[in-house]
Design a binder for this molecule. Structure first.
Ligand SMILES: [Zn+2]
Length: 262
């Protein structure tokens, strides 16, 4: 079975501050280590559960987070290819998608490092009138290929969001947020053990979890934190101003879901 692991960093065990998640942060080098170890634990669990091939997409901040020479030797890395194309190599031959290190959507009070694509500019993102975070958008893109999301790890808020949208997937909680930067954190060792066991269990769910299929057209609405962020994205052909802080756009493909902003 062929598995695709889409990774982010904010939902990795032990990560709860921007100094860790930002590539310019003082604690980012140590966070890279936490991420790489957690990926390796998930790869290990997936292999134990019967995976024959494991692709890993290092999607946080455009890639470059995984410590390459420490990645599990049986994993294959795919690098994100820019805005809106962060899951290259995902196709209908993949049996299941795993979401590792996820965070809840922007505005989730108990979501550690909660945001939707940009923690600096985006307030809300809706598709056909429903609010989506990064977990949901990943599920829609996977659903385009009829690939189910069977595993999600992150803080309790991220796992709650995934379960609400995607049903009975394997959710692995590695920390519990009190607020944006505070929470109850398991040690890295414990987090790795949890995701490894969860990944193995998730493998047995392949076949029983349906892909999340949302058919086009997609009516997008991006609400920014400030009106000037909306101003800056009005040069994209087809964007319409909905109100001072919001723009809208209708697209017909999952590959255009992020075409509404730069
Ligand atoms: Zn991220």
């Amino acid at each position: 079975m062929k598995i695709y692991i889409l990774t982010d960093i904010e939902g990795v065990g032990g990560i709860h501050r921007r100094e860790q998640s930002s590539p310019s942060g003082s604690e980012y080098p140590a966070a890279r280590e936490l991420l790489t170890n957690e990926i390796n634990a998930v790869v290990e669990g997936a292999l134990e559960g019967g995976a024959s091939e494991v692709l890993v997409s290092d999607s946080h901040a455009g890639g470059g987070n995984v410590i390459w020479n420490k990645l599990h030797p049986k994993a294959t890395m795919v690098t994100p290819c820019g805005h809106g194309n962060w899951a290259p190599g995902l196709d209908s031959k993949i049996d299941a998608m795993f979401l590792l290190g996820n965070h809840a959507m922007a505005g989730t009070q108990d979501g550690i490092l909660n945001h939707t694509f940009s923690s600096a500019t985006i307030f809300n993102f809706t598709i056909n009138g429903k609010k989506y975070g990064e977990i949901g958008v990943a599920a829609i893109v996977a659903g385009h290929y009829k690939v189910p999301v069977v595993f999600c790890s992150g803080d309790l808020a991220a796992v709650r969001e995934a379960k609400k949208l995607l049903g009975g997937l394997e959710g692995v909680v590695v920390k519990e947020g009190y607020s944006m930067y505070k929470g109850k954190l398991f040690t890295p060792e414990k987090s790795c053990e949890l995701v490894r066991n969860g990944a193995k269990r998730a493998m047995s769910k392949i076949g029983s979890i349906k892909p999340y299929i949302l058919k086009p057209p997609y009516k997008l609405k991006m609400e920014f934190m400030r009106s000037d962020f909306a101003d800056e994205n009005m040069d994209i052909a087809g964007n319409k101003r909905l109100d001072s802080r919001s723009i809208g756009r209708t697209v017909n493909s999952v590959f255009e879901l992020l075409s509404i902003y730069h």
